[in-house]
Write a protein that binds this ligand. Sequence first.
Ligand SMILES: Cc1ncc(COP(=O)(O)O)c(C=O)c1O
Length: 462
Amino acid sequence: MSTQSRSADAARMHRPDPEMTQVILGYVADRLLRDEVPLDGLADRAQLSAVLDGLITEDGNDFRQVLDIYADHLALTVLSADSPRMLTFIPSAPTKASLLFDMVVSAASLQGISWFEAAGAVMAENQVLRTLADIAGMPASTGGVFVSGGSAANLSALVVARDTERRRRAKAGLPDVPLRVAVSDQAHSSITNALNITAMSAFVVETADGQLTGESLRAAIARAEDVSDVCAVVATAGTTNAGIIDDVAGIGEVARERGWWLHVDGAYGGAGMLAPSIRHRYAGVELADSIVMDPHKWWFAPFDSAALLYREPRLAKAVHTQDASYLDVIHEHEEDFNPSDLAFHLTRRARGLPLWFSMAVNGIGAYRDAVEHSLEMARYAAARIEDRSDCELVRMPDLSVVLFRRSGWEAREYEQWSRRLLETQRAFVTSSRWHGQTVGRLVFLHPATTTEMVDEVLSALD
Ligand SMILES: Cc1ncc(COP(=O)(O)O)c(C=O)c1O
């Protein structure tokens, strides 16, 4: 085709294509209708390079050929985060309703930037955010936004904490000093990144057993020469490595006394508040100035979704609103609620809608049961580990993470255990470290994980 006729047919990529639509939907349906997705995840770099080499050309390829490359080669090398046998990192287990509605969001290019552009999407997202705020016991003033992940949420919240303090200092005639944030030695790595990006530093509070408490925070303050430059404290509910919920009530009390911003990182563990069996452990979460919970983790929504809630969204709006003449139209009415004003982004997909649809369809009770199931699997695994004479539980799980030692094993043996399980597609597990020692780590999240699967993983420790 000549250049001229190509530009004359510039819309050829955008014309409805019934065949491609059917084939891709068929592929998707096949995946969605499986009882259990395969774990996959075994990659051969040379083979991948061979199939991808020269694929992107001036004139393109038949869609079937490209889909085959994805299905027969690429997909097989990607670990299925949504497999019930995925027991590492923090897995993902999106509900069928949320996955299907994610396709609706994509197919409609549904954005959720501003009230002016996307009122219905904004309302629906806000309905879910309100539901999460109620579960956390946050006040009526609370509002927020869905961002791409816990890291983005932590960063956006800490920017607000920093700038709110800067404004307070400026108003009080205090010098503009570099600020610090109190964090525990177990805080998530994204907090370190956020502090680097925001040019703040950490006032690190050592924990004895992984839990930050009000008492240990007070002791660290008493030992410190000066904490007048500390503007915020991060409480984690719960920690990624061990699933430990900080003493949010005690930490919140210190934060209130000192006028610090209380940020609660519940990216992984926030959903545990749904479970009556452990709800009491989250006491104090309602004191948060900001809190993050990741729907793409334990709220069973697809990537990429983190719910960021602010006690006073106007403070976030004052910091994050982007000012440009072409955007004046979305800011005309002060009362309009614009998700884009509440984090360090502008354009955003309405990524809260898959959770909205699934919550509305399934009801909160189904979420509660699914979370309780993960906790039960963790308790079951802990009990089986305690039964073994060659294993030792590092600590009783608070949430759905189980850490244990296998006597006589070093990093190499844990790695072999992981490889054995993956090669036979029985599970994907990885080790971690606790007090400098390599330990086994299992994370339960998928409601279809069974005790038989847990037994298989543990029998591979023999
Ligand atoms: C406690 C905690 N905070 C923050 C994050 C970062 O979240 P994301 O991976 O969605 O950026 C994680 C991820 O596991 C986490 O567990």
